[in-house]
Design a protein around this ligand. Sequence first.
Ligand code: AMP
Length: 395
Amino acid sequence: MAKMTVQDVDVKGKRVLVRVDYNVPLSEGGEVSDDKRIVASLPTVNYLLEQGAKVILCSHLGRPNGEPNPAFSLQPVAKRLAALLPGVRIGFSSDCIGAEAAQKAAALQGGEILLLENLRYHKEEEKNDPAFAKELASLAELYVSDAFGTVHRAHASTAGVAAYLPAVAGFLIGKELSIMGEALENPQRPFVAILGGAKVADKIGVIQNLLQKCDSLIIGGGMAYTFIKAQGYGIGSSMLDAENVGLAKNLMEEAEQRGVKLLLPTDTVVATAFAADAEYKTVPCDAIPEGWLGLDIGEESAKLFAQEIRNAKTVIWNGPMGVFEFPAFAKGTAAVAEACAHCQGTTIVGGGDSASAVKKLGYAQQITHISTGGGASLEFLEGKILPGVAALNDK
Ligand code: AMP
């Protein structure tokens, strides 16, 4: 069911608690070294400011393990936020709950911001402790969820607070849900899903869910070798998820029964070692030599996959086609990224490694949507209920 967004409620003059994702990297000098996530929060923050809301921002940063620790302070974020929003009054509370936060939240005027210190200074945050959630909620009159990267976790700030406040989605989450939701529920066809990455075990749920929805399923990356093994071929020393060979076989049968075209690599780049400078060559997937390990899809497979992708009307991609961290084994991932960039349909790249690959290769602008949450987007593709989304008010 569709969820309410900031645009469905009156926010003027209201104290609004916004869960953002300011889990940003800090330099050794304690400066924000990449402000992408702060910039990504601005559409929601600016909208609320323009509407005259009193904006209370909260986030986690790193893993302070439930205790105050200056190394994980959000103070550098306040500084960067001030640079990005000149003219806006931005206050800071050294604790996300307690007297200081309550007093500063109460004193806020419309169009002003209060940034709260790291939520994870309290162990109750990740435990979704109701008393902590209630105290956090008591700062505000409305809750806006806009940290997609954490909606698959039931924490106090991502789900718990919604028990005490009206809860709606911000623009970032709204976009994630509408684009990915539309692709899963009502895709333009042909719908091509591409899955890669290391382990079959991590993606079983996604494969099972997407098999019911897509027209073609492309499997590459380390997980492909378990499928090649299930086809009855030797895979040398390639990555193998031994426990899931039977499951891979079942999934291949299910694809056939459902009329889903399953594309596995037909050739692969094999190397003598898992190393950037290892000796390598391309071989057919039914002739992987003993002692060699597959680290990328081959050129023929890349062409086959690219052709399928270019003709699609909807593409969802999660997981690299090879060990793209090593330039010699990044060609397959690059070919898939390029094909996605040239596809005229809706293209969605799940967070994590495939998202970094697309950005690194300079194709980000040509992709319809790059998800901001690795784990969250995987769980969304699995068809799982995300606690941080379920907690929001229905339209
Ligand atoms: P995931 O987090 O499951 O999407 O996996 C991403 C990781 O899978 C990356 O670090 C890749 O280096 C790795 N990977 C991709 N292909 C292979 C392969 N053929 N063998 C080993 N690791 C791989």
